[in-house]
Design a protein around this ligand. Sequence first.
Ligand SMILES: *Cc1c(COP(=O)(O)O)cnc(C)c1O
Length: 377
Amino acid sequence: MKRTFLMTPGPSPVPSFVLKGLAKEIIHHRTDEFRAVLEDVDKGLKSVFSTANPVLILASSGTGAMEAAVSNLFSKEDKIITISGGKFGERWTEIGTVYGLNVVNMDIEWGNQPSLEDLNQLLDKNPDAKAVLTTLTETSTGTVFDVKSIAEICSKRGLLSIIDAISGLGQDLFLTDEWGVDVVVSGSQKGLMLPPGLGFISLSEKAKRALTNSNLPKYYFDLSKALKSYAKNDTPYTPAVSLIVGLKESLDYINKEGVIARCGRFAKMAIAAQKAAKSLGLDLFSKSPSASVTAICSPESIKSSEIVGILRKEHGLSIAGGQAKLKDKIFRIAHMGWINEKDLISCFSLLESVLQKLGHKFKPGSSLSVLEEVFHG
Ligand SMILES: *Cc1c(COP(=O)(O)O)cnc(C)c1O
């Protein structure tokens, strides 16, 4: 069987110690044995989220947790502010609109991060807004947002801050409690080194109070019900047992290194990737590059889909192209979860050979010397 190595910003590779957890015989979820797993996982998730708040586990992809945030915290016609500068930020606007909320969108240029001055002005104009919903790492553009400052603005104004940290968690530094973030959403298939299938949502005291006022319809994703079960170390419905058993393994691994040390390591990998791209005469797409994914502009004469296609077909390496208006313009290399320095070196080595084949001119080996220098210099 042909192996494909994933350096896409979700799904990301699953290490063997997590696969072993996933492959264990299924256990019943209403048992002491499973409750012990849930208890460990809860501690582990709190460390990774840097919070003392409950982190609920949902059987869904990350988007399910985003939808749960909207359907549980608001009522029809509530005003919310969404900040979007890419494909995933737009999702908050779409979900809010589907639920009949009054959505005010702050649309920023892709690859940029929001101006705090503009946000303050928009909030001055919308004193009745209940919350700001945005993204830690905009995966479609490889951009990290200054979520700390956004959360501070929200706290000062008594607004809920709701952050999609689906791809950033574990690589881009994110301190839920210290920064006063109310609601954090994540998913399993990015930094957490699991297959797709779990969504996560943490709720501050302020967010828990907001739950009780919401009148939007929900059943499976009723977070008040989930919190009641959570208090008894239980889940309202059958949880995704195997994924949660695997999650315990991945959290143990992440917390052994420590999430802050880990973010430092990925920040270094991101800097290495940025410098390596530049050494090949390529521009970065983002003005605020993330530690989780590097978005690189394709040379003028080459469609990024060609680069991505050859890497996958001929070398078994899967990276991501551009989405929506960035299709064929950029390619994205993920460095998240199980990806390490060695993977980045192989990725750039293969990228050099593909770029050469497609006629892009650069000094062969230059990206590899740059990586070597950052990692070992
Ligand atoms: C991957 C991703 C999502 C979507 O998650 P799914 O698990 O595909 O539902 C949402 N937001 C960001 C920032 C992402 O990277």
